[in-house]
Design a protein around this ligand. Sequence first.
Ligand SMILES: Nc1ncnc2c1ncn2[C@@H]1O[C@H](COP(=O)(O)OP(=O)(O)OP(=O)(O)O)[C@@H](O)[C@H]1O
Ligand SMILES: [Mg+2]
Length: 255
Amino acid sequence: MAAASGAASNAAASTNLLELNDIEAGYGRAALVLRGLTVQVPPATVVCLVGPNGAGKSTVLKVASGMLAPRSGSILVDGVDVTGTNSQRMLKHGLAHVLQGHSVFREMTVAENVLLGAFTVKDQKVIDERVAFVQNLFPIVGERWKQLAGLLSGGQQKQVEFARSLMVSPKVVLLDEPSMGLDPKTTAKVFEQVARMRDAGTAVLLVEQNARRALETADIGCVLDLGRVHISGPAPELLADPTLGELYLGGRPAS
Ligand SMILES: Nc1ncnc2c1ncn2[C@@H]1O[C@H](COP(=O)(O)OP(=O)(O)OP(=O)(O)O)[C@@H](O)[C@H]1O
Ligand SMILES: [Mg+2]
């Protein structure tokens, strides 16, 4: 387990799909939220960022997706420096962001919601292939394709959001609190889907307050504290560490 360096480092730097290096960021004139944060996301990996309310987890994802420009530091996507790129262009570089809370349009059909994710894709054949791909990955999306999204349950709506984010074949998906508002059984299903996204070839940077459950799915865990990654390492090691459990994961590991 690496302390303080903040690097989720089981891969050489050049192979990371996403790197946030020494990021400082904040809002307006308020104090900095991120103070030298470094996170690396290798291919075919779920990296999970945990930390208490207000620690800056959503801010990390906003910086990664171009919604918030960092004051300093660099952002690399698949080795390309994209620091300062806005969120629409970030999508073209291969970063998709599923925001905290529910963001389906309830009065639109599942199909319309998912196809919104393909607004930058011009080739209908590519769109058709991606629709087939997401319907295969998330069967409920195909089954409810023509229904209003507002009629789906919270967990089903989350899958519509995942499907929308995958329409551009992103290299990395940024997931902000995907279990928010969901019961334990639905949460388990949503995390299964996160693992399936990874297994289908998309790297995932996941932010969760439901830290224990998220680390059971993640490959690498990072603990955010005072605006930096305080500790990072293989998720099973973080889960098994009793001190970390007490301090950051809401109690000791289940024995
Ligand atoms: N749009 C904003 N304008 C000003 N300050 C903000 C804004 N968004 C977040 N902040 C502040 O930045 C800090 C980090 O917020 P952030 O939303 O990143 O935390 P978080 O770890 O995602 O919290 P939570 O677990 O509650 O989602 C907080 O102090 C918050 O008040
Ligand atoms: Mg948040």
